[in-house]
Design a protein. Structure first.
Length: 422
């Protein structure tokens, strides 16, 4: 039989067979101010975590794309043993069957572009002094597609017709006082050990994402590099994929296709020690930031849940006087917070997504990362896993915050609880 209970000038109809979630939902709506405070704490916390998580994810993505599209590509293929001894004798580690390998690579649906490179070490002379450089012979057309994060602070990129053209890194240009139109000479060893030189004209000065690379790197056309080295075989094949997320899958497939050939396949993550160390640094820094934000969310919810629960001691005492057990009170408080947690987390996700879109439209100017010269504009990524995680944190933080107050309120002496109604 239902009982009519007057509490705080409101009427609560309480039946022993009432579905707990229905009663909890009615209580949430009845205590509007208390519920709104807890709801706001959950929603703001979830929105904050989503925005922070999306910002951190964008930092990782932009750093990865800058690493890929300024120098490395998604995958690189070398002759086996190149990185143990061949990097010092690059001209001796040419890929003699490069044409057939390129044909195989281009048959994979994930592959967007394949380009050959000739790596070498040389001395660059400006007529007054020499400077040790790391040289790359490249295919200008495909490299322009890959190098979307390479900017030219002077001049232009190499063109297919630039047989005697050279582009130099910003640090090289500074060290040798080079500018567009400067004449330089490259001195290096051929594949048979003889010395060879060639004259070039600077057509551009570039800046990539890596300061170390810009301080040593120069680029000439692949044909010019092979003539200079007296080599007909490139020593690196660079693969650009349609999506960075396909890297691991594509690497596995290509390794299977290359089985039996004397080559090794390396991903951009394996090639970039800088990226791995920077990401580890950022993970620790942003991890602390996310932890602090999470603690603030939990503490805010605990404070609101405690206040909401202990203001209703008299109401719970009346319910117990009419026959409800301690366990009923405990379950009711927990279910009420589940309802608030679901609503607050949902609202927080909506607010967070809208904030992410608005912030991304405006952009966040960022200073240059470590070992870089150029800053970038950050945004807030909307990632399904981050949305799900922040939603779960908001929900379970609300439920967890209610457990101790619910336990304590259900154990208050009946006489003490009823005294609160006087």
């Amino acid at each position: 039989m239902p009982y009519a209970i007057a509490v705080d000038d409101t009427i609560t109809i309480l039946a022993m067979n009432t579905v707990p979630i229905r009663l909890a939902s009615r209580n949430v709506l009845r205590h509007r101010l208390r519920s709104t405070l807890t709801l706001a704490a959950v929603a703001i916390g979830v929105a904050g975590l989503l925005v922070v998580g999306g910002f951190v994810q964008d930092v990782y993505v932009q750093l990865a794309e800058a690493t890929i599209h300024s120098q490395l590509g998604h995958l690189q293929i070398y002759r086996a043993g190149y990185f143990t001894s061949g990097s010092r004798k690059a001209s001796e580690y040419g890929i003699t069957d490069a044409a057939s390998i390129i044909a195989v690579l281009r048959s994979f649906p994930e592959v967007q572009q394949v380009m050959s490179r000739q790596n070498f070490s040389a001395l660059l002379n400006n007529g007054r002094s020499d400077f040790a450089v790391i040289g790359e012979g490249i295919e200008p057309g495909p490299e322009r597609q890959l190098g979307s994060f390479v900017t030219f602070i002077q001049g232009r990129n190499l063109a297919d017709t630039d047989r005697d053209g050279i582009v130099v890194g910003e640090g090289v240009a500074t060290s040798l006082a080079l500018h567009v139109g400067s004449n330089v000479t490259l001195l290096t060893n051929t594949t048979v050990g003889a010395m060879n030189t060639a004259d070039f004209k600077v057509v551009g000065v570039f800046r990539s994402f890596s300061r170390d690379y810009d301080n040593r790197a120069i680029r000439i056309s692949l044909d010019a590099a092979q003539e200079l080295l007296d080599s007909g075989a490139p020593n690196a094949l660079v693969v650009m994929l349609k999506e960075t997320s396909q890297t691991t899958q594509a690497k596995t497939k290509i390794e299977g296709a290359m089985r039996g050939r004397d080559v090794e396949v390396l991903s951009w993550m394996e090639l970039s020690d800088f990226y791995k160390k920077t990401i580890e640094l950022y993970r620790r820094q942003f991890g602390i930031l996310e932890l602090i934000t999470m603690i603030m969310v939990v503490l805010s919810v605990i404070s609101s849940a405690n206040m909401s629960t202990f203001e209703r001691v008299g109401e719970f005492g009346t319910m117990r006087a009419l026959g409800d057990r301690n366990g009923d009170i405990f379950r009711l408080v927990v279910v009420e917070n589940i309802v608030i947690g679901l609503a607050g987390a949902s609202i927080g996700v909506v607010i967070g997504v809208l904030l992410a879109i608005a912030i991304s439209e405006i952009g966040i100017p960022m200073p240059p990362p470590p070992n870089a010269e150029s800053g970038y504009t950050a945004s807030v990524q909307i990632v399904g896993s981050i949305v799900a995680t922040t939603f779960a944190i908001g929900l379970f933080a609300t439920i967890g915050a209610a457990l101790w107050p619910a336990y304590r309120i259900s154990r208050v002496e009946l006489a003490d609880a009823l005294r609160q109604n006087v």
